[in-house]
Ligand binder design. Sequence first.
Ligand code: URA
Length: 433
Amino acid sequence: MRAVDLIARKRDGGRLSDEEIGWLIAAYLRDEVADYQVASWLMAVCWRGLDAGETTALTLALADSGRRLSFGDAGRPVVDKHSTGGVGDKTTLVLAPMLAASGVLVAKMSGRGLGHTGGTIDKLEAIPGVRTEVGAENFVATVKERGIAIAAQSPELAPGDGRLYALRDVTGTVESIPLIASSIMSKKIATGANAVVLDVKVGEGALMKDLDSARQLALTMVELGRGVGLPAVAVLSGMSEPLGNAIGNALEVREAMETLQGNGPEDLVSLCLTLGEEVLVAAGAAPSHEAARERLGATLRDGSALSRLRSLVEAMGGDVRCIDDSARLPRAPHVHDLPAARAGHVSGIDALACGQVAMRLGAGRATKSDRVDPAVGIVLRVKSGEHVAAGQALATVHSRQPVSVDSLRQLSGAFRWSDSPVRPPALVLDVIR
Ligand code: URA
């Protein structure tokens, strides 16, 4: 086989067989096909797409580029969740302990934040002492012992995706539904879960800006899952404004802990319940959505989900005292309220703008090698639909240096206004089973 023939065929709108796709990926990982050839093929895929069979073949080739974890006779279903990334998205920190306390095993490999979106690994590392690079064996053992493990994506799992993603990142080929779907699902397959819930974010602050493309991505992943025997359900959730109130690593850990103590923001709690009930039903661990939701809600009321977070942090070597005393989390030296310049109803809060301000404060990274500052970020003091008086605090900025006028201006510009009452935006836009 020659890479140039496969590139030309895809360029001309033809299809590749399973063997051809498997060969291309394997040969690339053996360095027998050059970066520039795979980059050309990826660009051809962006223009021409992949059909369902090709997408499955690519997904399996990436999943099989490393090892596949197995939980053997764990006796309980193993579940996983994935978010396509958003601003203020600390769902994993809340939902994973809720699921573990509901009786399933949670095995979650997570990523770091890049650009304006955050990553679970950066958030966990805001807890002093936490180690997230644990290796696959340790990860499996922790899931079996404690019912829950969250770790940085292991280089042993789907290494082909890591290599391909790095190439896509610098060749303008990230934005392709079959490439995104195969990238995400290959990692889910390699992690060895029995069911997965996919939180596909939609809106300005998300990878998918509109409902149609989000639905297309969700359908592609759910069908991929069906084809390979991994039950997957996708929830399309709004990301036109940040999720919850906190944006920034330690600030989001604090909000996650408050949520597990029963004092979480309504949107975050509601999304966790929806994602949780879907995956419990998909895994066959609850007889109905109602029963699943009831069980998940109970884990917030009786403290069992919070105990699971404590156990997780302990397993990761973190300071568990932070779980009961958030004052032990890193704190920024400068705290500044942003006052409302006018009275009115908040009709929207631009998630992208909030994410960009938080990133500039140091909560996120512009390039993969940047270090994040765990302490800094933003806490929204109002959400869409609320009426605000002039001078009332819209947000609190936590920064390492005194906050710049530019950042305050951009943050202030993130708030949209109406003179008449407005309804908060819908959070769950669709569920694809
Ligand atoms: N997240 C992934 O894991 N892969 C993509 O291609 C895009 C988002």
